[in-house]
Design a protein around this ligand. Structure first.
Ligand code: NAD
Length: 296
C-alpha cells in the first residue's frame, strides 16, 4: 500500500521535530520553510514553495509563528494551481479570532481546518508526550486523526469549532507564563535571603508552590544554566497578549493577565528572541538595578 503524502509547513524549533515524528510514523512528508531546507528532517522531501506542498499533499500541517503567517500560507494554498490540498491542521498558536478567520477563508473553497495547538515544548515533542488539543467539525477531525497520531501520543479533541482549541491553549500558556514569572521572582527572593536554588526547588516541588516552572523549567534550564527550552520570549509575549486581548474582549477578569502581559512584554523588548526561561536572569537583573531617580 502506498503511504499517504503529508505536507508540512514551518520547520522551526517545534515544526522540525513534529515533521520528523511524522516521518518516523511512516508518513511520506513533503515539507517547506520560508528559510529553506536547513531544518528539514531526514526522510522528508523539502520543496521550494507552499504551492508545491499544496499540489502534492491532501493534508497539510502548519507550525508557524502567528496568525499572520497562517493566513499568508492559507492564501498561498488557495492560490496553488493543481491544488490537491483538502484539509489543514494548524498546530501554531495563533489565537481564537485568527483560527476562526483562517477556517472561514478555507471553507470558501471547501478546505477543512483543524485548530490543533500543542503544549509540552520541544522536549515533549521529541518524547511524543506533547499534548495536541484540537477542535474542528466531525469530517475534518476524522480525516486528520490518523495523522495526529503520528505527531504525538497525547491527543484530545476539545471542541467542534476552530478557535476552541486555541482558547484552551491560550489559557494554558497564560498559566505557564504566570508560574514561570512568579517562580522567578520567588526564587530571586529566596536567593537574596541566603537560600540555595537547588534546596528551594526540592522543597517547593514537595510543597504547594509546585508547578511546571518549578519542576521542569527551573531544574532543566535555570539551575543548569542551559536556558535552552526552545521557546522564544517573543512567542510567549505573543501568546499572553493573545490571551489578554481575547479575555478582555469577552469582558472577563484580566487584572492578573495585565500584570503578566506587561512583564513578558518588557522581557521580549529588552532581549528579543531570548529563550523564555531567561526570564529568571532578566527579572533578577532588573531587580538588582538601582531605582531610577524621581523627576522632581
Ligand atoms: P520558530 O520561530 O522556531 O519557527 C517558525 C518557522 O516558521 C520558522 O522556521 C519560519 O521560517 C517559518 N515560517 C514563518 N513564516 C512562514 C511562511 N509564510 N511560510 C513558510 N515558513 C514560514 O517557532 P516555533 O518555536 O517552532 O513555534 C511554532 C509555533 O508553535 C508557534 O505558533 C508557537 O507559539 C507554537 N509552539 C511552540 C512551542 C515551542 O516550545 N517551541 C511550544 C508550543 C507551541
Amino acid at each position: 500500500m502506498s503511504r499517504e503524502v503529508v505536507g508540512f509547513i514551518g520547520l522551526g524549533n517545534m515544526g522540525s521535530v513534529l515533521a520528523a515524528n511524522l516521518v518516523e510514523a511512516g508518513h511520506a512528508v513533503v515539507a517547506h520553510d520560508a528559510l529553506g531546507p536547513q531544518r528539514s528532517p531526514e526522510g522528508a522531501a523539502h520543496v521550494p514553495s507552499v504551492a508545491e506542498v499544496a499540489h502534492r499533499a491532501e493534508v497539510l500541517v502548519l507550525s508557524l509563528p502567528d496568525g499572520t503567517a497562517s493566513e499568508q500560507v492559507a492564501r498561498a494554498v488557495l492560490d496553488a494551481s493543481g491544488r490537491r490540498a483538502r484539509c489543514i491542521v494548524d498546530t501554531s498558536t495563533i489565537g481564537v479570532g485568527a483560527a476562526r478567520a483562517v477556517a472561514a477563508l478555507l471553507a470558501e473553497e471547501k478546505i477543512g481546518y483543524v485548530d490543533a495547538p500543542v503544549s509540552g515544548g520541544v522536549a515533549g515533542a521529541r518524547a511524543r508526550t506533547l499534548t495536541v488539543m484540537y477542535a474542528g467539525d466531525d469530517g475534518a477531525c476524522s480525516r486528520v486523526e490518523p495523522l495526529l497520531a503520528g505527531l504525538s501520543d497525547r491527543r484530545r479533541r476539545v471542541g467542534d469549532r476552530p478557535g476552541m482549541a486555541q482558547a484552551l491553549k491560550l489559557a494554558n500558556n497564560f498559566l505557564s507564563a504566570t508560574t514561570l514569572a512568579a517562580t522567578s521572582e520567588a526564587v530571586a527572593f529566596g536567593l537574596a535571603a541566603g537560600l540555595d536554588m537547588a534546596t528551594m526547588l526540592d522543597v517547593l516541588n514537595a510543597s504547594s508552590g509546585r508547578s511546571a516552572a518549578s519542576d521542569d523549567k527551573f531544574p532543566r534550564h535555570v539551575l543548569t544554566g542551559r536556558y535552552a527550552a526552545g521557546f522564544a520570549n517573543s512567542l510567549m509575549d505573543k501568546d499572553v497578549r493573545l490571551y489578554l486581548d481575547a479575555a478582555a474582549g469577552q469582558g472577563g477578569p484580566v487584572s492578573v493577565g495585565e500584570a503578566i502581559a506587561a512583564v513578558w512584554r518588557r522581557f521580549a523588548v529588552a532581549e528579543p528572541g531570548a529563550d523564555f526561561t531567561r526570564i529568571f536572569p532578566h527579572l533578577s537583573s532588573a531587580a538588582a538595578r538601582p531605582p531610577r531617580p524621581s523627576a522632581s
